[in-house]
Design a protein around this ligand. Structure first.
Ligand code: SF4
Ligand code: F3S
Length: 104
């Protein structure tokens, strides 16, 4: 499965949701997640993310985010259409230590 990781927080570009063939993205206030049981591992979303926040779960950097994706994908609503990214998304792209800023 693929996993949305830290750099999505407050960037939330949403290009990823438009390309997913099985519509397995779920949306929170400032972050998105992938439902691990619905993702078919096609990899199409990974290069679409301008923040490079989507990784395969085989990547070490995805490890701590797998559980976050599983948990919130069961709580948040599904999203299939790109909305407007936050106006300051570019400023947050690449900022370190965004994890505490994730809005549940
Ligand atoms: Fe959707 Fe494919 Fe990305 Fe999984 S890897 S979230 S199925 S686009
Ligand atoms: Fe987030 Fe990248 Fe999608 S910033 S909303 S994972 S396009």
């Amino acid at each position: 499965t693929y996993v949305v990781t830290e750099n999505c927080i407050r960037c939330k570009y949403m290009d990823c949701v438009e390309v997913c063939p099985v519509d397995c993205f779920y949306v929170g206030e400032n972050f998105l997640v992938i439902h691990p049981d619905e993702c078919i591992d096609c990899g199409v979303c990974e290069p679409e993310c301008p923040a490079e926040a989507i990784l395969p779960d085989s990547d070490d950097r995805a490890a701590e985010w797998a559980e976050v994706n599983r948990e919130y994908s069961q709580q948040w609503p599904n999203i299939t259409r790109k909305g407007e990214a936050p106006p300051d998304a570019e400023e947050w792209n690449g900022k370190p230590n965004k994890r505490p800023l994730l809005s549940p």
